[in-house]
Design a protein around this ligand. Structure first.
Ligand SMILES: Cc1cc2nc3c(=O)[nH]c(=O)nc-3n(C[C@H](O)[C@H](O)[C@H](O)COP(=O)(O)OP(=O)(O)OC[C@H]3O[C@@H](n4cnc5c(N)ncnc54)[C@H](O)[C@@H]3O)c2cc1C
Length: 424
């Protein structure tokens, strides 16, 4: 077991904390950069590794990378990555604003490798966080890793993404029969393919649709049913007017809005992010179903207006009781595998909730600068990235605002240090 001390510890080397690392390096605060460590539980950086299919595309413009909207001259931009890798000509020739997700993922790893002062420690899963206190004042945080190593820091930034959402109805099923989208690519390769299977995909948004599409290649000759609660798969809301709510500048406007109005805005924006599919992909999916219907074999079907009432194991199979919302009838359907495109838990991640409980906080409220309110006297601060949709808007879980959000956090880190120097 080792014990290490750092100034800033960031949990998770996803887009959020990589953008933070870039902003710290670009701030010119060399000491702070040299005293910052990012932890990543995996051996490398990958963007949404569970569904990193070769044909899956980013849904936001590559110009909304980790840095360009804040600093278009940055050497950490997506275009700089393409140039460095000698593929700028080909990318420009593609004529797209929406790169493949694997290409954005390669960009993230390239950014991680290109940092000069901020360090990244891989294979380092943070297990628990304990506040460190002196005379009742929080002076920092002690983070214990899965291998027992301990890292103490003054400021902690949690950017581990959201927890997978597994609806209660599936909670009792054996783990080898249920695959959540966050694990899809890790798990699907291990599913035996010696006989045709029946896989049921649950959910009607982008991740569910991507897995539905992928399963035709990943489980050859199998039947794939998609169970969708709504009347049918829908396109994302792509209005340019509504898209302005993803501007970094909209965060201020949203933050200053009363909570009940924020809730209304989020509800109205549901189809701009969560509940729909990228229009070109929706067309591709429809074309696949059309070709199957006309040319056969028809292996895939979408059951709309349907919800799963109950799920149980029966021998080697799973039985799903499917409720038809039109007729009210319940139909037991047998399958070998349940694939969940049920999204992510909208609550704060378990890790943040555990720290809040240790601090005696009923509610986790962050400031405009993403700092958890633990009292003005605290010397150590806790920042939360990517989980503040309720207060900072729908863009909070997306890459659209990362360039600016990371700057907000860096400004706060530096302002607190400057204020202390003045008062010393
Ligand atoms: C399938 C899918 C597609 C998406 N496509 C888009 C898109 O096109 N455009 C867009 O803007 N947004 C998209 N999103 C939203 C996505 O949340 C953001 O793009 C972005 O990945 C959020 O970055 P993050 O760093 O907050 O979290 P994540 O990307 O989830 O990264 C978190 C990182 O922390 C690591 N980690 C977690 N827990 C620990 C721990 N305890 N210890 C150490 N490391 C840990 C994880 O391994 C991971 O590397 C998509 C989301 C999904 C699920």
């Amino acid at each position: 077991m080792t014990v290490q001390d750092v100034g800033v510890l960031a949990i998770g080397a996803g887009p959020a904390n990589l953008a933070l690392a870039v902003a710290i390096e670009e701030s010119g605060a060399r000491e702070l950069a040299g005293d910052t460590l990012v932890l990543e539980q995996h051996a490398d950086v990958k963007w949404q590794r569970g569904t990193l299919m070769p044909w899956a595309r980013s849904q936001v413009s590559f110009l909304k990378d980790l840095v360009t909207l804040r600093n278009p001259r940055s050497r950490f931009s997506f275009l700089s990555f393409l140039h460095d890798q000698g593929r700028l000509d080909e990318f420009v020739n593609l004529g797209t604003f929406h790169p493949y997700r694997w290409e954005m993922s390669d960009y993230l790893q390239w950014v991680a490798n290109s940092l000069e002062r901020v360090r990244i420690r891989y294979d380092a899963r943070a297990l628990s966080i304990e506040p460190t206190t002196e005379s009742g004042v929080i002076t920092g945080w002690t983070v214990t890793l899965a291998n027992g190593d301990v890292i103490r820091c003054r400021d902690l930034v949690v950017g581990g993404g959201r927890d997978a959402h597994v609806p209660e109805v599936f909670a009792g099923l054996p783990a080898d029969k249920v695959v959540h989208s966050s694990q899809y690519l890790d798990r699907i390769g291990a599913v035996p393919k010696d006989r045709p299977l029946h896989a049921v995909v649950v959910g009607g948004a982008q991740s569910a649709a991507e897995m539905f599409y992928a399963l035709h290649g990943d489980l050859p000759d199998s039947q794939v049913t998609m169970v969708v609660r709504s009347i049918g798969l829908q396109n994302y809301q792509t209005s340019k007017f509504i898209n302005e709510a993803f501007f970094p500048s909209y965060v201020d406007e949203f933050y200053d809005t009363p909570p009940e109005v924020r809730a209304q805005i989020l509800d109205e924006m549901r189809f701009a992010n969560y509940a729909g599919l990228a229009p070109p992909f929706l067309d591709e999916l429809y074309t696949m179903l059309y070709q199957q219907k006309m040319l056969g074999p028809q292996r895939s079907s979408v059951r709309s207006m349907t919800e799963v009432l109950n799920a149980r194991q029966d021998g080697d199979e799973i039985v799903l009781d499917l409720h038809d919302r039109k007729t009210g009838k319940v139909d037991p359907v047998r399958c070998d595998l349940v694939v969940l495109g049920t999204g992510y838990d909208q609550r704060m991640p378990a890790m943040a909730r555990e720290v809040a409980a240790k601090l005696g906080l009923d509610d986790i409220a962050v400031s405009r600068q993403y700092r958890v309110d633990i009292g003005d006297a605290a010397w150590g601060a806790l920042y939360l990235q990517g989980v503040n949709e309720k207060t900072h808007g729908m863009s909070d879980s997306l890459i659209s605002v990362l360039a600016h959000r990371s700057q907000d956090i860096v400004n706060d880190l530096l302002a607190r240090r400057t204020a202390e120097l003045r008062s010393a």
